[in-house]
Design a binder for this molecule. Sequence first.
Ligand code: C2E
Ligand code: CA
Ligand code: CA
Ligand code: CA
Length: 279
Amino acid sequence: AKKNGRNNCEFFKPEMNRQAKERHSMEVALRNALKHDELLLHYQPIVNVNGGKTDGFEVLLRWQHPGDGLIYPIKFIRLAEETGMIIPIGEWLMRQSCLQIKAWQKQGYEVPRLAINLSAIQFRQKTLVENIVRILDETGVKGHYLTLEITESELIENVEEAIRTLQQLSELGIEISIDDFGTGYSNLSFLKRYQINTLKIDRSFVRDIPGDPDDTAIIDAILAMAHALDLEVIAEGVENEQQLTYLVLHGCTRFQGFYFSEPLPTTEIEKKMENQRTF
Ligand code: C2E
Ligand code: CA
Ligand code: CA
Ligand code: CA
């Protein structure tokens, strides 16, 4: 048995070694990414069926790796969080988003709100609000051009502090969306405790509608609750007309998903905005 154990160990060692090495080189590369300007933003329209207008863009992070091409956040956000790099990356992203808003305004576009994802580490940062205030000041952008997307789990701990943070953000004109709504474990009482504007129905509930009776029941319940509590709802991951029809018939008015548009780079988004010029 002993011998066997050692064999197992020797069998796994090179593999673990390889993973550790990969992780390390990824970490080094990510540190350089920010320095070398390899990070960029894509924007996915959030569409309001009342008038069919785009009334927001979600900002989604991308990494243009010199060797490996375009890398999606699923590959590197976790690492960025574990290493704390999400803090400088998040600040860069916030500033970059504000600069983009400014640039689009100068070009005469009617700029909708940008929704920015905030990870738990950022949300719990003591200096979050002052950092945001500084970035808004430096770029000359008003808070009411921004929404922050956070998840339910970020609101479970440090309730008093979270209430204060959300209150301060709201005073700046910044809205709060609960991302991936329905996938957290929290009881729903947080909805009345906090200054929240919007629930984003997680795309796992949208995927199998209208065919799946569990999912339609969950969606109906979220819509009814949001209506009663006077919260906005955005359905995420809308990919086809059947899903859209179900959602519209059940009172959902705002949507995001490939059916309308994938997340797009700046130049593509500008083409879409051409018909929403103010001058
Ligand atoms: P999320 O916040 O739930 O973002 C929505 C994700 O769903 C995006 O993936 C988007 O491309 C994808 N999506 C949109 N419409 C559809 C659809 O119709 N069908 C399907 N199957 N997918 C759709 P993406 O860009 O790969 O981002 C994945 C996750 O990475 C995000 O999920 C978010 O949690 C995280 N993320 C992205 N950018 C940032 C960021 O700047 N900061 C932080 N902290 N996290 C980010
Ligand atoms: Ca999001
Ligand atoms: Ca989401
Ligand atoms: Ca997510």
